[in-house]
Design a protein around this ligand. Sequence first.
Ligand SMILES: [Zn+2]
Ligand SMILES: [Zn+2]
Length: 335
Amino acid sequence: MEAWAVATPGPIDAHPLERVRRAVPSPGPGQLLLRVSTCGVCRTDLHLAEGDLAPKRPLVVPGHEVVGVVDRCGDGVVHFNVGDRVGAAWLARSCGRCRFCIAERENLCLAPSFTGWDRDGGYAPFMVVDEDFAYALPEGFDDLHAAPLLCAGIIGYRALRRTELVPGGRLGIYGFGGSAHITAQIALAEGATVHVMTRSAQARTLALSLGASSAQDASDPPPERLDAAILFAPVGALVPPALAALDRGGTLAVAGIYLSDVPALNYADHLFQERTLRSVTANTRDDGRAFLEIAARVGVRTTVSPYHWDEANRALSDLAHDRVEGAAVLTDFPS
Ligand SMILES: [Zn+2]
Ligand SMILES: [Zn+2]
């Protein structure tokens, strides 16, 4: 098969993904071979392609929002059958034995593997996933619209829970792409008031159409104090204005795996009055299952921009330049 791989990380406009030839992988014990139908394009793929995130191994195939059909089952597979539609996400495996796994915090596992970073991901027509880390997907989403649920959706959901937003509270969202537009819908369905701060005029329009109460430029103050905020944009310079916008006792959660440097904070302006700054690291499988259940129940609608799988570099470049509405998704894989 042909696949996209990260050869030499570099500026996205120089198209760092390279087409390589690979054998179709074989599923080991407990693994599924997926025929890939769609694969979401996540900002983490961009950080990997550009070298902000060092590749774990040479020529890794990116992609960790994978919707596929089980083509073959390895020995001992019990939960899935050939022909089932499943999703593969960022957490490819946790060790199950470390102090974090034992404490039901496998997102902090000391020896994890990640799809499209340690292991080959879904920018290819076939990939292998452990059945224990594959998700059954709700029927209400077709392949194109299900893909962004698998990282953008799950991580945004964990970020929302990490903010400990009170019921009916005021939530600020900084950056409004694939993850934010899903998270906003969950928050709104749970009764939150949502204010969006983003530099993209197109994203501000999408935010308002989904029910946000206000939408302004990235570092502009929201029209009211916030009980909680999530920073989706990978921009450390937005941490001070986001903290300054919090009400007493409010929490800012940083959703991304990568953030540019945070400028110096002023204790009185940014942290005093028991404001909290916290990060979000990967997710547990329980987060994934809980999110997929709630997304189906509240009828989350993902806005997607499809790209032919040939156009992976262009999709990443569009993502880097804020030219994607909602979430970019690769489709039309060769069969
Ligand atoms: Zn572990
Ligand atoms: Zn991701």
